[in-house]
Design a protein around this ligand. Structure first.
Ligand code: ATP
Ligand code: MG
Length: 554
């Protein structure tokens, strides 16, 4: 995959949304476009939302338009300002600026007035049936529904009841306001959909001013229309809602926003429903919304993902009209691609074994000064101390290696990265037979930049034991073991697929320059992968999160 992606064509044909926008601009239907990103503040944003954000903001940006950030806050019991704040932070972090910050709750009064208008036009009524009766009387796809006995109330009676609903005269569930459309409509959503229900609940913005709340379908399109949204982009499951979306706009004779649907992003080994993500947090399966194993934006950020890598991913995924599932390794590819260009390099040993260079003077040391980033010479250099006692990775030595093993072996030679060639002379073990020390000699003439370059097959990384800094390292793996989390074995739940080994904590020894890295993004631990300093690091002990390994391991 890596090769084909790198060579992907620079000129890309238009996606279907771009085609629509271009046609609308060319025909003069719209002078400029206005899109919106409409999250419900009932959870943190995830990578699926990032796709929608990149799409909405990206489309407007490409055609010189604007994008509103509108909180779809019509469901008081599940929503909270904590979520509002996190959503704003995440959208900004992704690199987008909204034209206006808006709230569906700001339109409650207008929506109420419009509901009265529908009632006056004989297009809405108050229904006293129970929820259960309403459900039963809706019919099925093959069977027409049954008209509510309250359907023919007079507009005046409906206006009075609706006003009383608003005043708080009735308890939750006592009655609802419904549109009067067609109980035998082939589209079930058109069978007198509910517009308002009574919920005596505190709302994070409107406090206790309202005890009736509009349904999604009634609020969404009218909010779009109020703002003059030209292209209202949503995910595929809303295509059946489009008829109703258009019906309200037509009956209320308001600005004709149009809805367009694209396929939602699904990722392998990941769940993305906010309900499930909330459960993972609440039940302690992860440490919080920003746990680096979470597919949330804040989790990805803490994991070391960059906004650039997420935008690149959204771009590569493209815009589809049919549901599909994207391989998580594409997301990982994107972050590797971005970090490879930009991140500083350091040597860190995660599973150390001591290596002593017997012919290098004790107490002496010297500095090597490799580039911080070979891909970016502007980044400058770092100083890496070298001495007679080093740590190398345990698996960079094998006593009895297979044929193609080019790292250290008894009697064999390797180059210590940026430094000398060494030769393994002796292996010391403890009583359990574990290797405790590898004794080597070094070849002083192999110092890079002096004399003639002698090459050996293997190069390994190392740190000077007495100069190294101890760090804690979180090695993450996929949170779930099943690639298609929408496709589970019978009787199983998503939680049954939690990967018990999704987090492994190890100690590491880092070259000392790491602690003064101030690049602000993940760094590369050479030969191991990309890692970012965790926000929970202490002054006395840094903690690093592995963003991704250097190569795909799955
Ligand atoms: P969930 O089902 O997880 O609760 P949601 O769709 O209800 O998510 P919203 O806050 O309503 O979440 O979503 C805001 C916007 O993000 C919507 O326009 C929605 O279509 C879009 N969106 C949500 N999930 C995805 C996804 N997986 N891929 C693309 N867009 C998405
Ligand atoms: Mg939603």
């Amino acid at each position: 995959m890596e090769e084909t992606l790198k060579e992907s064509a620079p000129e890309r044909s238009l996606n279907f949304l771009e085609e629509i926008v271009e046609a609308d601009l060319a025909s003069g239907k719209h002078k400029s476009i206005l899109t919106r990103f409409p999250p419900e503040p009932n959870g943190y944003l995830h990578i699926g939302h990032a796709k929608s954000i990149c799409l909405n903001f990206g489309l407007a940006k490409k055609y010189g338009g604007n994008t509103n950030l509108r909180f779809d806050d019509t469901n008081p019991t599940k929503e909270d300002v904590e979520y509002v704040d996190s959503i704003k932070e995440d959208v900004k972090w992704l690199g987008f600026n909204w034209a206006k910050e808006l709230y569906a709750s700001d339109y409650f009064e207008q929506l109420y007035v419009w509901a009265q208008e529908l009632i006056r036009k004989g297009l809405a009524y108050v229904d006293n049936q129970t929820q259960e009766e309403i459900r039963l009387n809706r019919g099925t796809v093959n069977k027409a529904g049954i008209n509510s006995p309250y359907r023919d109330r007079s507009p005046q009676e409906n206006l009075d009841l609706f006003s009383e609903m608003r005043m708080g005269k009735y308890p939750d569930g006592e009655m609802v306001l419904r549109a009067k459309i067609d109980m035998s409509h082939p589209n079930m959503l058109m069978r007198d959909p509910i517009l308002y229900r009574i919920i005596h609940a505190h709302h994070h913005r409107t406090a206790d001013r309202w005890c009736i709340y509009p349904m999604y379908d009634y609020a969404h399109g009218q909010s779009d229309s109020l703002e003059g949204i030209t292209h209202s982009i949503c995910t595929l499951e809303f295509d059946v809602h489009r008829t109703l979306y258009d019906w309200f706009i037509e009956k209320l004779e308001i600005f004709p926003s149009k809805q367009f649907e694209f396929a939602r992003l699904n990722l392998t080994y990941t769940v993305m429903s906010k309900r499930k993500l909330l459960e993972l947090v609440k039940n302690g399966y992860v440490t919080g919304w920003d746990d680096p194993r979470m597919p949330t934006i804040c989790g990805l950020r803490r994991r070391g993902y960059t906004p650039e890598s997420i935008r690149m991913f959204a771009d590569k995924v493209g815009v589809a009209k049919r549901d599909n599932i994207i391989d998580l390794s594409l997301l990982e590819w994107c972050v590797r691609e971005d970090l490879n260009r930009r991140s500083n390099r350091y040597m860190v040993v995660l599973d150390p074994v001591k290596l002593v260079i017997t012919n290098y003077p004790q107490e002496e040391s010297e500095l090597f000064t490799p580039a911080l980033n070979p891909e970016n010479t502007d980044a400058g250099n770092r100083s890496v101390p070298f001495s007679n006692e080093l740590y190398i990775e345990r698996d960079d030595f094998m006593e009895d290696p297979p044929k193609k093993y080019f790292r250290l072996r008894p009697g064999g030679e390797v180059r210590l990265k940026y430094s000398y060639i060494i030769k393994c002379e002796e292996v010391i073990k403890n009583s359990q037979g574990e290797i405790t020390e590898i004794r080597c000699t070094y070849d002083p003439s192999s110092r890079p930049g002096t004399g003639e370059w002698r090459s050996v097959k293997g190069t390994i990384h190392w740190v000077s034991a007495s100069h190294a800094t101890e760090i804690d390292v979180n090695l993450f793996d996929r949170l779930f073991t099943n690639p298609e989390m929408d496709n589970l074995e019978e009787g199983k739940e998503y939680i049954d697929y939690l990967n018990p080994d999704s987090l492994k904590v190890v100690k590491g020894y880092a070259e000392r320059a790491l602690s003064s890295d101030n690049s602000g993004i993940a760094v590369q631990f050479e030969r191991l992968g990309y890692f970012i300093k965790d926000t929970d690091s202490l002054d006395s002990k840094a903690v690093y999160n592995r963003t991704v390994g250097l190569k795909s391991t799955w």
